[in-house]
Design a protein around this ligand. Structure first.
Ligand code: 13P
Length: 261
């Protein structure tokens, strides 16, 4: 994290954990603990399940908290007969800021492809939501030496026909699948190498100016004990945290990454 124009982001992806009542207690705890200096230094984002978004919004609005929130997925469609799906306009009504798109769990369990990810990126932009696009390779792909090619192809697919003014605003989360929920964290150098490769790809597809603005996060077994070394890498602008973000105290320590060992 060396570029002053990119504000660091610490984003907690709750996945299918924490119900709406628990989410109220969680956000209140954050509100109680976070101080101006934390918000000034780091953007704090949470991705609750859809059923909690209204509760989270209510607590955040009531206390004018500077916490932003996102949805863990978004429908590619505007409205209609798509049972179980949630549209971008519904999310926008709840003042959601981010839409997490293409998480590896959605790619693996819900058969999302680069094409469907691209359609969801377009749906997010159309509804004035910021896409947070998740990419990353499986262990097989890493072991075969194709991690960079694979991840950059995912980037290219996700960004197909997206104009540069939108790209400079969005967030990319590099999450190697083998590091998610396994305790197996990529080395800070691995995180840096892939983040730099992603930034160079964005520069090639758009311009260096756009690439310098895109924020690139690392995700995969991030916790308070390893976040600082990851954040010290020049092309890593934040983290997307799963398991460790379920405990608000641990998430707070991660948000205060410069104070960690
Ligand atoms: P863990 O932090 O539990 O490895 O999960 C990472 C992740 O998938 C965040 O989206």
């Amino acid at each position: 994290m060396t570029n002053d124009s990119r504000k660091p982001v610490m984003a907690g992806n709750w996945k299918m954990n924490i119900n709406h009542l628990e989410s109220i207690a969680y956000v209140n705890k954050m509100a109680f603990s976070l101080i101006e200096a934390d918000y000034a230094r780091t953007e704090v984002v949470i991705f609750p399940p859809f059923t909690n978004i209204r509760s989270v919004q209510t607590v955040i609005d009531a206390d004018h908290l500077a916490i932003t929130y996102g949805a863990q997925d978004i429908s590619a469609h505007d409205s209609g007969a798509y049972t179980g799906e949630i549209s971008g306009s519904m999310l926008k009504k709840l003042r959601v800021t981010y839409a997490l798109i293409g998480h590896s769990e959605r790619r693996a369990y819900h058969h999302e492809t680069d094409e469907s990810v691209n359609a969801k990126v377009k749906a997010a932009i159309k509804n004035d939501l910021i896409p947070m696009i998740a990419v990353g390779e499986t262990l097989d792909i890493r072991q075969s030496g194709n991690a960079v090619d694979h991840t950059l192809n995912q980037i290219q697919g996700a960004l197909k026909d997206i104009r540069s003014n939108y790209v400079s605003e969005l967030v990319i989360a590099y999450e190697p699948v083998w590091a998610i929920g396994t305790g197996e964290v990529a080395t800070p150098q691995d995180a840096q190498d892939m983040s730099l490769a992603i930034r160079q790809k964005v520069a090639k597809l758009y311009s260096q100016d756009v690439a310098d603005k895109v924020r690139i996060l690392y995700g995969g077994s991030v916790k308070a004990g390893n976040v600082k070394a990851i954040m010290e890498q020049p092309d890593v602008d934040g983290a997307l945290i799963g398991g460790a973000a379920l405990d608000p105290d641990e998430f707070l320590r991660i948000i205060r990454w410069p104070d960690q060992p």
